[in-house]
Design a binder for this molecule. Sequence first.
Ligand SMILES: C[S@@+](CC[C@H](N)C(=O)[O-])C[C@H]1O[C@@H](n2cnc3c(N)ncnc32)[C@H](O)[C@@H]1O
Length: 270
Amino acid sequence: MAWRLFEEKDLAAMYRKYRLSSYDQVHNLIFNYLEKKKGKPFTLAVDIGCGSGQSTRGLASYFDKVVGIDVSEAQIEEAKKVDGPDNVSYRLGLAEELEFEDGSVDLVTSGTAAHWFDMEKFMKEAERVLKPKGCVALYCYANPTLLGYDNCPEDPAQIVEEMFALLEPYETKGYKTVWTDYQEQFDAITFPDKERAEDIYIKFKKPVSWIKGYLKSFGIYQIYLKKDPENADASLDQIEQRLINALGGSSETIVEFSLKYYCLLASKPE
Ligand SMILES: C[S@@+](CC[C@H](N)C(=O)[O-])C[C@H]1O[C@@H](n2cnc3c(N)ncnc32)[C@H](O)[C@@H]1O
């Protein structure tokens, strides 16, 4: 099963350290959609495939209660280690078997996880647990791109792309849907009232060393590591060193990235 990739404790710890928290821009967009389609009250939001809670905590100010669900015990343990708002809790569970009452949820959301779901089963469950006009919001993002470095001996942006390209041979069928902006997931949404929000760009700064940690936190990196343990880390180290040389800095040099999000939004019929 694909989700077994996320059960390692080390991976969950990497997740907590290196994954990006969902940006307010994305949560605002989802909340505005829910407000338009369903309106108040906003009692309960469920964040599925919550990982170590980076997509969950940002929902706290919009809802009375937020529950993060993940199939991996290690991820849930990591999520619970982070101090967070009192109205957020975490539970072990599956996207395809949601343990919530019929018609009890205002928002079912998922950040960078829907490519691991069985969408047919997930949609049946989303339809069951959502209130009338309640919403589904599934979002994801492409690989971050490095911004603005001229006059380097090698193009640093190109080197970062090479780092991510190391993972391409290990992409699962589900994972490849990330590159089509979740077209498959969009088609699988059974609610007639559905739309996409595209091209949401976010800029952020991180040290060079972050890229390697972020890449190692990918489920598909675990496949690479298992299939080619001798080369996986070594290849990554070599490319990182080229990046450091190109920038003329160190692994702690701060660089700027751009990230493109997209989001599928849908509202349950009345
Ligand atoms: C890429 S992480 C996303 C974590 C977090 N939402 C974020 O925005 O970074 C995907 C998470 O989905 C979980 N997952 C995968 N398949 C799942 C399923 N069928 N039901 C529940 N969780 C699932 C994995 O255990 C993993 O923690």
